[in-house]
Design a protein around this ligand. Structure first.
Ligand code: KIV
Length: 286
């Protein structure tokens, strides 16, 4: 199935759709270093993108969709096809935020050329502005290769969930001096290779603070303290869709509770024949 989209920028001759807010650009995100913190949330669907877009600087089509949308045990089984389909939906649902798509496990690690083939496919099929790639020093050649060929790359260091089979879990990283130094070196390597921004996930505050101080592109933290240049959360986590709330998440809503209450009311009304009522029934033309 093709996920081909139509560009909604004011400059598109094919579909000159009016854009009430101009879409932010990668250079604008870079310039936000050290300024007002950047706001990023995950989005996987068109409607969520529409709701988040006015409030966010960046929308991340995270490979966390593997767990959140598909019920997979980790992000490892997520495919390029899934990312392309959801990425296209999020671009269609937004006109303000920069849309970044995660490169799924297996689509970039083998070589810079493989990474370019995967990333260019994602950008062509979705219209997203850039990709995110997990990994530090080992992925620096990929980051450089893509950045020098027109693909903006957001790095991702610290806790890298695609490496769960090596890490053995999702615990915070950098609690030993040796691991802390490695994460800081990773951030240097990825920013030095041309990443326009770096997600720093699940690290102790001092590491996030040092990385943010040392590199000249914005850091986006998740479980990495307010010292970062911006923050990202999985939207469904912060909206309270799941029972479990990880330590680094703050719940800003009770989506699970609201859905349960609404569905319980619907089920009761269907069973008692209170729904559909007179307002929901078609009448013959008079
Ligand atoms: O996949 C994802 O949602 C992410 C964020 C949590 C940073 O990578």
């Amino acid at each position: 199935m093709s996920t081909t989209f139509t560009v909604d920028s004011a400059t598109s001759r094919a579909t000159p759709v009016s854009a009430p807010m101009k879409r932010l650009t990668i250079p604008a995100i870079r310039r936000a270093k050290g300024g007002t913190p950047l706001v990023m949330l995950t989005a996987y669907t068109v409607r969520t993108a529409q709701l988040l877009d006015p409030h966010c600087d960046l929308l991340l089509v995270g490979d966390s969709l593997g767990q959140v949308v598909y019920g997979l045990p980790s992000t490892v089984p997520v495919t390029l096809e899934m990312m392309a389909a959801h990425g296209a939906a999020v671009v269609r649902g937004s006109h303000h935020a920069v849309v970044i798509i995660d490169m799924p496990f297996g689509s970039y690690e083998a070589s810079p050329e493989h990474a370019f083939a995967s990333a260019s496919r994602l950008l062509k099929e979705t219209g997203a502005a850039g990709v995110k790639m997990e990994g530090g020093e080992a992925m620096a050649p990929q980051v450089r290769f893509l950045s020098e060929r027109g693909v903006p790359v957001m790095g991702h260091v610290g806790l890298t969930p695609q490496a769960v089979n090596i890490l053995g879990g999702y615990g915070a990283r950098g609690r030993t001096q040796e691991e802390a130094s490695r994460i800081i070196d990773d951030a240097h390597a990825v920013s030095g290779a041309g990443a326009f921004s770096i997600v720093v996930e699940g690290v102790v505050e001092t590491i996030a603070a040092e990385i943010t101080r040392m590199i000249d592109v914005p850091t986006i933290g998740i479980g990495a303290s307010a010292t970062c240049d911006g923050q990202v959360l999985v939207t469904e986590d912060m909206l309270g869709l799941f029972e479990r709330t990880p330590r680094f998440v703050k719940r800003y809503g009770d989506m699970a509770g609201q859905i349960s209450t609404a569905v319980e009311a619907y089920a009761d009304e269907v069973r008692s024949r209170a729904f559909p009522g007179a307002d929901q029934v078609y009448a013959p033309k008079s």
